[in-house]
Design a protein around this ligand. Structure first.
Ligand SMILES: Nc1ncnc2c1ncn2[C@@H]1O[C@H](COP(=O)(O)OP(=O)(O)OP(=O)(O)O)[C@@H](O)[C@H]1O
Length: 323
């Protein structure tokens, strides 16, 4: 069975004077054991998608469409069931562990909390389970007595990963899990996530603005722009040869890991993403698109399938190579 199925997800936030659409008709699915990366510039709606998956959105958000985790509808789910699904069915690793961890509680007690809440292990066995989890993420057992401020950024992120794994979820959502870390630690944490997730057949949705990180970690890649997925396909193919002009621009802006020829300073994309409350007519990328034509002001393109198990939301792609 498909582990995660998102269909036509829409999320808008209430703002002064109206509503701003943050996610506009996003659909994707994830099989057990597979890894999907979601890329895009700041503000394109990546975190909103992540939060929607476990209904962690603020009260000002309005959600539509359908989200199914392991076949269960999340949007209409009752509160009690939702609590059971969080941590045990699916868990999230957020950016910046310092803000997600409680500063005045020992990390061992924080890892124990979801285990106790869900009764994943008998109370007497919880300390042993916490010790095992710490070892699995590369920390010594005695660290369970530490407070978050006694740990480095990388160690705190390891604690967050231990918490996320505590109840053996089928799905992990990692939202910028390494963004605040330096490059060496970033590589260690990504390797750790890869080993733990891959070794246990857990499905993962990883969100990052860094295409190189996603290309290195994920099987498939979705590129978001202004609340929509504009390109989707096998990660290596999307990075090497994006079909959507925005995917291509994003990929050109990042040096590719392991490719010395591309080890140059990242080039920024000219222009800014549109204001969600005031989207341009037609294609949202049109004002920044180097190959835009007149018809791009008339059509707001949906994802068209293109060869190689990929899809792109661009009328030019549709005209030239849609299958
Ligand atoms: N609580 C909120 N109230 C109003 N608007 C919001 C709220 N949270 C996010 N938004 C808006 O929704 C849009 C999508 O934001 P989101 O945080 O999902 O993007 P993102 O791609 O994750 O960005 P970043 O990489 O900077 O975290 C943005 O325009 C943002 O300003």
């Amino acid at each position: 069975m498909t582990l995660l199925e998102v269909e036509d997800l829409t999320v808008s936030y209430r703002i002064a004077g109206g509503e701003a659409p943050a996610v506009r008709g996003v659909s994707f699915s994830l099989d057990p054991g597979s890894k999907l990366g979601v890329a895009g510039e700041s503000g394109c709606g990546k975190s909103t998608v992540a939060l929607a998956l476990l209904r962690l959105l603020p009260k000002t958000a309005r959600i539509g469409g359908s989200i199914r985790v392991d076949g269960e509808d999340v949007i209409g789910m009752r509160w009690g069931r939702l609590r059971a699904v969080r941590w045990a069915g699916a868990s999230i690793v957020f950016q910046g562990a310092m803000h997600s961890l409680n500063a005045v509680r020992r990390v061992g007690d924080q890892i124990a909390e979801p285990i106790l809440l869900h009764g994943t292990a008998p109370r007497s066995e919880v300390p042993e389970r916490v010790g095992t989890l710490l070892e699995r993420v590369g920390l010594p057992r005695w660290r369970s007595r530490s407070y978050p401020h006694e740990l480095s950024g990388g160690q705190r992120q390891r604690v967050m990963i231990a918490m996320a794994l505590a109840c053996e979820p089928k799905l992990i959502v990692a939202d910028e899990p390494t963004t605040a870390l330096d490059v060496m630690i970033q590589a260690q944490i990504l390797r750790l996530i890869d080993e733990l997730v891959g070794g246990q057949g857990i499905g993962m949705l990883m969100i990052s603005h860094d295409l190189a990180v996603l290309a290195d970690t994920c099987d498939r890649l979705a590129v978001m722009y202004a609340g929509r997925i504009v390109e989707e396909g096998p990660a290596a193919a999307v990075v090497a040869d994006a079909r959507h002009p925005y995917g291509a621009a994003l990929s050109a802006a990042f040096p590719k890991i392991g490719d010395p020829a591309s080890r140059r300073a990242p080039r920024g994309l000219p222009g800014d993403p549109p204001d969600p409350a005031d989207l341009p007519q037609g294609c949202s990328f049109r004002p920044r698109c180097p190959v835009a034509e007149e018809r791009c002001a008339e059509v707001d393109p949906v994802l068209y399938p293109v060869p190689g198990g990929r899809s792109a939301a661009c009328v030019k792609v549709r005209a030239e190579e849609a299958v």
